[in-house]
Design a protein around this ligand. Structure first.
Ligand SMILES: [Zn+2]
Length: 319
């Protein structure tokens, strides 16, 4: 089961306690379905619970029979085709929500959602029939799709003025129509809570918390890796210098304290300053000071890079 279908299953279990809310949800379900038309059209719905809720909405709110047929689709995924047979029945359904004209262009008739309680129920119906949500483990995205421009615009406006939530919806044109979407995790969480998908909202919140904790952990470990890289690059410069001194004049040319540090570094390239200070029984700044003097000593003999370049030229010359 996907996150979206779990969420819809949860919503389909909600019982509308007030008749005004029941009607509002039915309106959302029907208006944003492909069946809300004077012409006979069939719509495909993948979710069994939603298909039956849609049929129930037609029966309860407009006393209209909706035909639901099970279909077998590719990859054995089931789906349902829904239609409202009979032009009289379809016109009756439209009229019961105040849509008396036969215009193809649809609008949200706000008389059907006069109270705040009804807005939430209406939005639940809309989400059930034309909405979807991406698994929050992948990304935060909740969208509605409709072929009708005005419905998309008016839905976005309605979402915008939902009380006690900053949903900030956006509208985009698509090949098959229009998409109204929410991108911000907090807005998606608020929307799910508003329409009654409390478990889905909690699941999203948990995933978000887990993601944040994981990112923080990664940031810390990246930081540690960066420090490790720093240690390595400093150590590799020191080792190059020590090797140069050894080649040119021998490590015995170094004063005892520097030779001690040089030998320790040579055999322990990954050792941190703190560990070296423990081994040499001197402070960290003392170790740092010795290593710097080793580098300076090597510089008086010529830089290791120059040395390597000189050797390359020599080889090429010989060849
Ligand atoms: Zn209500």
């Amino acid at each position: 089961m996907s996150f979206a279908s779990d969420c819809k299953e949860e919503l389909c279990k909600i019982e509308n306690k007030r008749s005004c809310c029941l009607k509002a949800e039915c309106y959302g379900l029907l208006l944003f379905s492909k069946c809300f038309s004077p012409r006979e059209t069939r719509m495909i719905c993948e979710n069994a619970a939603v298909a039956h809720r849609l049929a129930e909405a037609a029966a309860v709110s407009a006393d209209v029979y909706a035909e639901v047929r099970a279909q077998q689709r590719r990859k054995n995924t089931g789906a349902f085709s829904i239609a409202i047979p009979g032009e009289d029945a379809r016109l009756r359904m439209l009229a019961s929500f105040g849509h008396t004209d036969r215009a193809v262009s649809l609008h949200i008739h706000e008389e059907n959602l006069k109270r705040d309680c009804c807005v939430a129920s209406f939005l639940r119906g809309v989400f059930l029939v034309c909405g979807t949500i991406t698994d929050p483990n992948k990304e935060y995205h909740l969208e509605f799709s409709t072929p009708h421009f005005h419905l998309a615009q008016e839905l976005a406006a309605l979402l915008q003025r939902v009380p006690a939530a900053q949903l900030s919806p956006a509208v985009a044109k698509r090949k098959s129509g229009y998409m109204v979407y929410l991108k911000e995790s907090g807005a998606i969480e608020d929307f799910l809570t508003l329409i009654g998908a409390v478990n889905a909202a909690m699941a999203l919140m948990q995933i978000k918390m887990y993601k944040e904790a994981y990112n923080n952990m990664n940031r810390v470990s990246n930081c540690e890796t960066a420090n490790l890289d720093k240690t390595y690059s400093a150590a590799s410069r020191q080792i190059a210098a020590i090797a140069l001194i050894n080649d040119k004049v021998g490590l015995d040319a170094l004063p005892d304290d520097l030779r001690e540090a040089a030998v320790l570094r040579l055999h322990n390239p990954e050792m941190s300053l703190r560990e070296m200070s423990g081994r040499l029984s001197i402070s960290r700044s003392g170790v740092n000071h010795r290593l710097r003097r080793i580098l300076e000593f090597a510089e008086t003999l010529g830089s290791p890079e120059k040395e390597a370049a000189a050797q390359r030229t020599e080889k090429n010359g010989n060849a």
